[in-house]
Design a protein. Structure first.
Length: 334
């Protein structure tokens, strides 16, 4: 988990030059060793100076493989750097991109003119400029698909077995792909999006804050995951339904809330519901706006519908109402 890393620790080296070997010398041996493992599939016994020489001589081979393990969002970030002559000021809203660039020795975090900067070495810039961008983006389309499906499932399941991503892709896209080919992609995107991929399980870090999450999941071990439609999966930011639409309309029409704020309010409400709280806790949290008595009652009714019809991570994507519906009794044929 990387959500709590110290950005000041990452940007601790002063800028000397954009010469590749100079920048590599500012990286510790363990970080150089990580890239060696990715290249050679084994740990290195080389000293730091030898690792630098090895990496300098073989970088073009490494970058070929690494770029193809990224999705287009990461490529966008890299080409933002390239288009700014290999240097941008650190963007606080994207801390994990800075860490990724450092991990793969694509861009180096330094302090230049008392500012946090990401710098691409001149030799690396030359390599990146040689790529046909359109062809590169086309080659990572499957990576984008895996990213979209993974994030979509996370938004509605919270935690799931990784093979579900590939089962849904086979069902809806007609593609049969190998999970092992996307290990690096999923780990990289986990850093960006806030999830962990370990022991064939993917989970959103937010489940760690959900009261009794594991106990709730254990209670429903035999229950299948709710089967999602393609539309539900790919609408990762917010999968709406008739109940959430009612809630949105109430915010827009009765409270005259701006559309963007209403969507954020709805997202906050559903996220709060997913934290396994009681309906009383939900209403005490959200029915605190400056409303008339009539509006408060209306909002409570809509919140109640939302509470019982929100897809819950603890229930594998099912709603509270769906679990209330009794299963049909099947009689044995005689």
């Amino acid at each position: 988990m990387t959500s709590g890393f110290d950005i000041g620790y990452i940007f601790k080296k002063k800028f000397i030059s954009s010469d590749f070997k100079t920048l590599l010398n500012q990286v510790n041996r363990e970080e150089l060793g990580f890239c060696y493992i990715l290249m050679k599939k084994k740990a290195s016994k080389l000293k730091k100076a030898d690792l630098i020489n090895f990496y300098f001589d073989n970088y073009h081979l490494f970058i070929d493989d690494i770029l193809l393990s990224f999705h287009s969002e990461i490529l966008d970030f890299i080409y933002t750097l390239v288009d700014n002559n290999g240097e941008i000021e650190y963007i606080s809203s994207k801390p994990h991109y800075a860490l990724l660039m450092k991990m793969f020795l694509i861009a180096f975090p330094v302090v230049k003119n008392n500012k946090y900067k990401l710098i691409i070495a001149s030799e690396v810039m030359d390599s990146l400029k040689k790529y046909d961008r359109k062809k590169l983006y086309n080659k990572v389309k499957t990576n984008d698909l895996v990213k979209q499906y993974t994030r979509g499932l996370l938004s509605l399941y919270g935690q799931f077995e990784v093979d579900l991503v590939f089962k849904y892709i086979k069902e809806y896209e007609g593609l049969e792909i190998n999970i092992d080919d996307f290990y690096l992609l999923l780990n990289n995107d986990g850093m960006i999006y806030g999830f962990e991929y370990e022991d064939e399980i993917i989970y959103d870090f937010k489940i760690l804050d959900i009261k009794d999450f594991n106990e709730a999941r254990e209670k429903h071990t035999a229950m299948d995951y709710y089967h999602l439609t393609k539309k539900e999966i790919l609408n990762e930011q917010f999968a709406t339904n008739s109940v959430s639409d009612q809630f949105l309309n109430f915010l827009l029409i009765h409270l005259e809330m701006p559309l963007e704020l209403a969507h954020k309010f709805l997202e906050l409400a559903t996220e709060t519901i997913n934290f396994n709280i009681s309906f009383q806790e939900l209403t005490s949290t959200f029915v605190t706006l400056d409303l008339s008595t009539f509006e408060k009652k209306q909002m409570e009714k809509i919140l109640e519908k939302l509470y019982y019809n929100t897809r819950l991570w603890t229930l594998k994507g099912h709603t509270r109402n769906e679990l209330k519906i009794p299963k049909l009794i099947k009689f044995e044929k005689k």
